[in-house]
Design a protein around this ligand. Structure first.
Ligand SMILES: NC(=O)c1ccc[n+]([C@@H]2O[C@H](COP(=O)([O-])OP(=O)(O)OC[C@H]3O[C@@H](n4cnc5c(N)ncnc54)[C@H](OP(=O)(O)O)[C@@H]3O)[C@@H](O)[C@H]2O)c1
Length: 271
């Protein structure tokens, strides 16, 4: 089983819906008739997107602004959704950010908050909504990982480690879900043209990864939703992405680390 067909009493929760891949996930799901809960911190953007989607697709859209890195705000979100009368048929754990630089020169609190958002919030929301999906025997979870999760990445240490966590967590729980009617998909994009690079303090995200991997958010979101629909365990957004991931996995670290290190140093010199 995978993401069930849209029903009036069901919804799909998308985190990080105020920008980039999350906005496009919401558009792709609404286009297919799914009701939505849109989550991020920037309320105005969420309200604007919700109005557009209601108008264009006649779907039910709820908006909840919160900082997902804060456990009390996550608890309030979970409570609000669970008391909304809607079943969560789908969950897209997409909200996330990165940083760029040597670990000891980066903002310590921001690095720790990244782990809270990219990992802890993802585990928490999955844990909150999965039991009801399993009980109903239907549902789909999309965990947004990254090609960065396939190898250690100097200059991106915390971020690549969080995405390695997402990869392992997502694939592990996907195994546990076999036979339950619920699927879990890890989406593994390469560089995507969004606000991500600016947030990470890099002018050009393509500078941190080979440019031929660059894609737009809509292409990536569509691949993610199609992965949820077909209940795939892992989704790469193109053949070059699949090959890059496998290369990252099998290349000996003694050969790989100097290459990634060189790319990182060049990017830092450019800014
Ligand atoms: N862009 C890339 O190159 C790339 C590549 C691979 C994987 N990814 C992954 O794709 C996902 C989406 O990234 P994107 O490229 O679409 O980045 P983006 O354009 O910067 O969007 C990030 C989203 O996350 C939300 N967010 C950030 N911090 C939050 C917090 N504390 N609480 C709640 N929401 C928060 C932001 O909304 P607010 O600021 O309004 O809260 C925004 O909606 C991330 O998990 C990222 O790691 C991106």
């Amino acid at each position: 089983m995978s993401l069930p067909a849209p029903q009036p009493d069901e919804t799909v929760l998308v985190t990080g819906a105020s920008a980039g891949i999350g906005t496009e996930l919401a558009r792709e799901l609404a286009r297919r008739g799914h009701g939505l809960v849109l989550v991020a911190r920037r309320r105005e953007r969420l309200d604007e997107l919700a109005a557009q989607l209601r108008d264009a697709h006649r779907v039910d859209v709820l908006v909840h602004d919160c900082d997902l890195a804060q456990s009390d705000e996550r608890a309030a979100l979970i409570e609000a959704v669970q008391s909304s009368g809607k079943h969560v048929a789908g969950l897209c754990n997409n909200a996330g950010y990165g940083s760029f630089g040597r670990l000891w020169e980066l903002d310590r609190e921001r690095e720790a908050a990244m782990v809270q958002l990219n990992c802890v919030a993802l585990v928490d929301l999955t844990g909150a909504f999965l039991p009801a999906m399993v009980q109903r025997g239907a549902g789909a979870v999309l965990q947004v990982g990254s090609l960065a999760g396939y190898q250690p990445s100097p200059w991106n240490a915390t971020y690549s480690a969080t995405k390695a966590f997402v990869q392992s967590f997502g694939e592990s729980v996907a195994g546990e879900l076999a036979g339950t009617g619920v699927s879990m998909t890890v989406l593994c994009p390469g560089p995507v043209a969004t606000e991500f690079a600016e947030e990470a303090g890099v002018d050009d995200v393509a500078a941190t990864l080979p440019g031929f991997l660059m894609q737009d958010a809509r292409t990536v979101a569509r691949a993610g939703v199609e992965g949820m629909l077909s209940g795939k365990r892992v989704v790469f957004t193109g053949l070059p992405h699949r090959i890059t991931a496998q290369a990252g996995r099998i290349t000996p670290r003694t050969a790989l680390l100097p290459i990634v290190n060189r790319i990182g140093r060049r990017t830092l010199a450019d800014r």
